[in-house]
Design a protein around this ligand. Sequence first.
Ligand SMILES: C[S@@+](CC[C@H](N)C(=O)[O-])C[C@H]1O[C@@H](n2cnc3c(N)ncnc32)[C@H](O)[C@@H]1O
Ligand code: SF4
Length: 449
Amino acid sequence: MKNKLLERYDRGVPRYTSYPTAPHFDDAVGPADYAHWLSALPPGATLSAYLHIPFCDSMCWFCGCHTKIVARHAPVADYLDVLLREISLVGDALGSPRPLGHLHFGGGSPTMLTPVEVARAVEALGRSFTMQDDTEFALEIDPRDADRAMIRAWAWAGATRASLGVQDFTPEVQRAVNRVQSYKATAQVVEWLRATSVQQINIDLMYGLPYQTTKGVERTVRKVITLAPDRLALFGYAHVPWMKRHQRLIPDEALPGAVERLRQSQAAAALLLDAGYVRIGLDHFARPEDSLARAQSAGTLRRNFQGYTTDSAMALIGFGASAIGDLPQGYVQNIVPIKAYSEAIRGGHFAVARGRHLSSDDRVRRAVIQRLMCDMAVDLAAVGADFGLAPDTFDKELASLGPLVRDGLVAVEGTRLHVTAQGRPLVRAVCALFDRYLVTQRARHSRAV
Ligand SMILES: C[S@@+](CC[C@H](N)C(=O)[O-])C[C@H]1O[C@@H](n2cnc3c(N)ncnc32)[C@H](O)[C@@H]1O
Ligand code: SF4
């Protein structure tokens, strides 16, 4: 891509893991709405659950997640008690146990839980949800925390997939982000996982980190390929020091610029494609036989708060501080500070701080953005028709695509548009044209590439 195109379109845009995006949630949705929305879920419908464990033992300076550094285990143990209480509150609102499609433990680092705590959490979930033969049970692992006993505990609890944070193996980059993690220790964790029933392995990589170079990214990707993960995520570092104060520890001048970021992501992608991985959406890769690649071919790929997913459950129930739920009526987000979240739950109340009741306009725009993020293409008239809308509903947006079409980033045929290979890194900027909230209220976001 030419530098001038990057300059033109590499603006702050959301990652579109939801629409409307989280900065546009507000307090018009609260605990009473959530109770009502949960009780309205049809009894036989498959649900999914996300449990947030907001603790780590040291801070990676690039981190954009909701997490807290703890030196002792007591706060984690206290939090787990509260989380179990929230599971039981949700169970009461649901009324009867529901089939579970996907279960995801994220963070922070779920590997901060002890084996006994893992067993307690899964046992508590078992009272409100029924595991199916094909329930996908995933957890995020900080390989620096993991040991064999802990991995056995997760396997014993039913885990089937693990996502390991790697980012970059270059020592200079690791020191600059306060995350020193060897290839050897990472490979050991993969070996321990493969010796259990946790057979599906994902690896997270990043580009755009301080002092990162294309050569270093390539070295990291080559090493990671030897671990033969089923899926990879390749995230562009989102530098948002106005939101995440610890990111100020990363010197601005050490950050690669837009052109170098693009080069790094393209170099990583080329190696992964060459190794037989299929590109999924904006920033994921999977083996062709992996369910994510199959969902992409079938047009059933979805995007949620964890990234790209095969999850087709009617609702995603979020548990824990800052966790977001996605229900048929709209989104809910729990209180972010752990103390205030815990007080609400200990008081016997849901801890919903904010949310968004979906309007019909939100739903149709969400469908357009979801298809663009997943398929790099969308037929606007077909999506509109699903919602009973006229074929010209998006004429204004189609017209606003003009500059992107002239720059070769998007191709339009009638009401069908597709993002070209050149435009793919900028797909979020294409989605932004359909984002009614972004057009009217500009929140600050990370760069597009
Ligand atoms: C919750 S962490 C994964 C589990 C574990 N805490 C770890 O880091 O190993 C989720 C992933 O988000 C990505 N990530 C974190 N902060 C980011 C940022 N500012 N920009 C882009 N990706 C980020 C990293 O790739 C990280 O592995
Ligand atoms: S271990 Fe993961 S969640 Fe924790 S600070 Fe590092 S990137 Fe963030």
